[in-house]
Structures are given as structure tokens and as C-alpha cells.
Ligand binder design. Structure first.
Ligand code: ATP
Ligand code: MN
Length: 451
């Protein structure tokens, strides 16, 4: 027998199932039961995947009476032992312990026990909730989705751009922004500063020089929304592409979403099976279907038509020109089409100044991607390139032209058609996991009244 114990993790052990190897594994006890035959069975999880490895501890171990007997859910241990083929039908491999060292015991008030705790209760203990199967699975999926997003853009020669978090540019209306100042309020930047709501405007400058760029960073909205889809601090993915028009932009959004979802289905199988079983029944099938079919493309005007002709009673009545509410968006993608829908050509009056004005003078080339269960997951547009038109639109929106000379410059020097969009990263994690509340898909959620 070798003396050396090989460090490994549960994921690797279960995948490779190496038999007759001395291994060292560290993790947290999920359950422990003792058999009459003088053994304890410990289910150990180390976060590397959703599954546990079974540890068999013999009564003859030195510290059996004093320590091992008292192990319970949440205790942290280090196990040295031999990997053996398992007789049980739930696993192919288990560990016969030679030595179990207690790294951390738990106090009586440890809240994560075997009984199911509601996600709501878990939110009151954000530092301990990753010890649960659900939050663990969500965080592994979230991590994978991040990597998949970077891979997607990297493979297509996009430049990854870090736009500022502290900005002076007020993109969508000052009411929604957090101010940035020092404690003694001495106006550090010699002008008002805010936390960014979007990196788009800054990204446009780089798209018009590097061609294809994307940002992936934190954004902040000081809006008083208490829904299951809004956070005050969330992460946004924003590609911006020179020479793309609105059709290219829609195609990019569709290819992007499908590619990311496929990647999760391929690489996060254990966690996806868990979501399918425990969080949203049938979600794997739903996502597979979405990857295989074309997204519906629909103009705002046609959407209003469908909505007003439907017999559905909406809380907010509709007419051409009004903003669609979540109930309308969800009716379209969940009930009417039962598929992702890309809405385009919105009335200019309900969209920001930077969207390209159509020849009808009334609509702009904006697009929202709506998905079942969530509603809007992506918002984007082809950008206005004509100096006279964008200047007029900015004046109408009450924007200080002086502060935006640089943005107008982009239209004056070497301008070109360009387009981009913003994906709310947490909404994507929600969509792929089936989690119903956005607060449960980010490690430390920030919402109004809650830090
Ligand atoms: P909504 O109408 O749902 O509030 P929005 O139109 O204000 O969203 P955009 O400004 O278009 O959102 O932002 C782009 C994307 O960022 C949205 O499609 C959405 O996925 C995401 N997003 C926007 N606001 C939030 C928020 N408060 N929390 C989490 N994600 C958000
Ligand atoms: Mn939007």
C-alpha cells in the first residue's frame, strides 16, 4: 500500500472512480448515520459538484467515540482513506477511512439541517446558504455561464472591454442612479458622479475603433422595484458591434443565448438534473426546445395588435404608444407563442435617444428579447448615427448636450452603423436554472432597503 494520500475532490472521484487508491478529501458533512455493525456512514460534500461521496468510518478508529460519533451536518472534516468499489446502488465508489480529522465542528445553532429550509429564510443567512444543494447548484451554474459567455465572444474575436463603474454620463435618466461621493462630501471629482447603469455609451466608442467589443460588469439601478426580476446591483453583458444593423443584432442575440444555454446543458448536467427535479419540472426539455427552434420576430405594432385582439384581461390596458408591462410580455412569449420573442420597432417616445429612428418618424430600431418565465432578458438597438437627428432626440429628452460632445463626436468622425444589446446576467441564470426569485441567483443580493 502506498503511504502517500492523493488530494482530490468529490467531482473527480465520482467521475474517474479510481479504485484502490489512497486519497485525501476535505469537505462538509451532509449526513451521518451509524450502523449496528460498528460503522458510521458519512455523506461528504465539498462543493465541487452536487453529489456526495460516502465515507465509511470504522468504530476502531482512534477518535471514533470522542469525535466521529458526534459529527453532524455542517461539520468540516479531512478524510484519509482508501477508495473502494461501492456495493450500494447510489454510487460507484466510496471511501474506507483510515483517519478522520475534524477541521471545524458546528454549534447547536447551525441553521442548515436536513429538513428543507425555504429560500426566503435562507436569504437571511447569505453567508451560510451556499452550503445548501440549491444555492450551491445555482452558483456553479452561474460560474459556468460566465465562462461560456467569455468563450462565446472570445471565439468570435470580440475584445473584452472594462467600462467605468464610476461615471459622469447619465444614460437613462438621473432618477435611477446612485450618486458617488466621499464621506465629507467635498466633491471629489469636481462634478457629480454616479454608479453606472450601463457601459453602452462608452462601449460604442470602442466598437467604432476595435470593431467588436463586449463588457461584462456590475451595473446599478436606484429604482424602487420590488419584483422577482429586479436587483439594485446586477451584472450586465453588453456586446457592441460596428457595421451591425438591427437584423444582425437580433441574430447575434439569438445565437448568443442558444450557445450559452447549450453550453450549460452540456457541462452542468448534474446541476441541471437537480433543477429539473427540484426547481422547475421539465426545464431541460424546455431549454432544449428553445435551442432547436427559431425565436419569433415581431414588431411592436403587431404585438399591440395581438394583445388587443386577445380575450385576456390585463391589469394595464393597451394602446399604440404605451410601454408594454411584464404581463403583456409574458402573455406573448408564454401563452401566445410559447417561445422566445424578439420585439422590434418600438415607438420612439418610450425608448432612449440613442436608438435609430425609422423613416416613418415614429418608431425606432430597438429590440427586446422576451423569454417564457422571465419576460425581458435582453434590451438593445441599432444606434442612431445621424448627428442632426440624435441631437434633436437628446434635446427632447432634456439631456445636457455639452456633456455629450464626445458621444456626438463619434457621429462626426468616421461614423458607421453599429448595434448592441444588454443581457441581464442574473435573469439569464434565473432562466437557465428555473429559480423564481432573482435574489437567489446572486451571492449577495442588493435590493431597496436591503444590503
Ligand atoms: P425592465 O423593463 O425589466 O426593468 P429595463 O428595460 O429597464 O428592464 P435595460 O435598461 O434594457 O432594462 O437593461 C438591459 C437588461 O438588463 C434587461 O433586459 C434586463 O435583463 C437587465 N436588467 C435591467 N434592470 C435590471 C434590474 N434592476 N435587475 C436585474 N436585471 C436588470
Ligand atoms: Mn429594456
Amino acid at each position: 500500500m502506498q503511504n502517500k494520500y492523493q488530494n482530490t475532490n468529490v467531482k473527480e472521484l465520482l467521475q474517474k472512480a479510481p479504485i484502490d487508491i489512497n486519497i485525501n478529501i476535505k469537505g462538509w458533512v451532509r449526513t451521518k448515520r451509524s450502523s449496528k455493525g460498528g460503522f458510521s456512514f458519512i455523506e461528504l460534500n465539498d462543493g465541487s459538484n452536487i453529489n456526495n461521496i460516502q465515507i465509511i468510518a470504522d468504530k476502531k478508529l482512534d477518535n471514533y467515540q470522542d469525535e466521529i460519533e458526534h459529527l453532524r451536518a455542517g461539520c468540516c472534516i479531512s478524510v484519509q482513506g482508501l477508495s473502494v468499489k461501492s456495493q450500494g446502488k447510489n454510487q460507484n465508489i466510496e471511501i474506507h477511512a483510515h483517519k478522520i480529522q475534524i477541521l471545524g465542528t458546528v454549534q447547536d445553532d447551525y441553521p442548515i439541517s436536513k429538513g428543507r429550509i425555504s429560500l426566503e429564510t435562507l436569504r437571511t443567512m447569505p453567508h451560510l446558504r451556499p452550503r445548501t444543494n440549491t444555492i450551491g447548484a445555482v452558483m456553479r451554474l452561474r460560474s459556468h455561464l460566465s465562462h461560456a459567455i467569455h468563450n462565446f465572444f472570445n471565439q468570435r474575436d470580440f475584445c473584452y472591454l472594462n467600462t467605468p463603474i464610476i461615471t459622469a454620463s447619465d444614460c437613462e435618466g438621473a432618477g435611477e442612479m446612485f450618486g458617488v461621493t466621499t464621506n465629507d462630501k467635498n466633491d471629489f471629482f469636481k462634478q457629480p458622479a454616479q454608479l453606472t447603469v450601463s457601459g453602452q455609451l462608452e462601449a460604442e466608442a470602442f466598437a467604432l475603433s476595435l470593431g467588436k467589443v463586449y463588457t461584462f460588469g456590475p451595473t446599478f439601478r436606484a429604482e424602487n422595484s420590488h419584483t422577482s426580476r429586479h436587483l439594485s446591483e446586477f451584472w450586465m453583458v453588453e456586446p457592441e458591434v460596428a457595421f451591425n444593423n438591427i437584423d444582425d443584432n437580433m441574430q447575434l442575440a439569438e445565437d448568443f443565448l442558444k450557445s450559452i444555454i447549450k453550453s450549460a446543458l452540456t457541462h452542468c448536467q448534474d446541476d441541471m438534473n437537480f433543477f429539473d427535479m427540484r426547481i422547475e419540472k421539465g426545464i431541460i426539455n424546455k431549454l432544449e426546445n428553445i435551442c432547436q427552434s427559431d425565436f419569433i420576430r415581431l414588431s411592436y405594432t403587431d404585438a399591440i395588435d395581438i394583445l388587443t385582439k386577445s380575450n385576456k384581461k390585463f391589469e394595464y390596458p393597451l394602446n399604440w404608444g404605451c410601454d408594454l408591462k411584464s404581463e403583456h410580455e409574458r402573455y406573448l412569449c408564454e401563452e401566445y407563442f410559447n417561445a422566445p420573442v424578439i420585439l422590434t420597432n418600438y415607438p420612439a417616445t418610450i425608448k432612449p435617444f440613442y436608438m435609430y429612428c425609422n423613416d416613418d418618424g415614429k418608431t425606432v430600431r430597438g429590440m427586446d428579447v422576451l423569454v417564457p418565465g422571465i419576460g425581458e432578458i435582453i434590451g438593445g438597438s441599432e444606434r442612431e448615427t445621424r448627428v442632426d437627428i440624435i441631437t434633436k432626440r437628446m434635446e427632447q429628452s432634456g439631456i445636457d448636450l455639452h456633456a455629450y460632445q464626445w458621444y456626438l463626436d463619434l457621429r462626426r468622425h468616421g461614423s458607421a452603423t453599429h448595434a448592441g444589446f444588454g443581457l441581464g446576467f442574473e435573469r439569464l441564470v434565473q432562466f437557465v436554472s428555473g429559480m423564481s426569485n432573482i435574489r437567489d441567483v446572486i451571492p449577495y443580493p442588493r435590493t431597496p432597503g436591503h444590503l
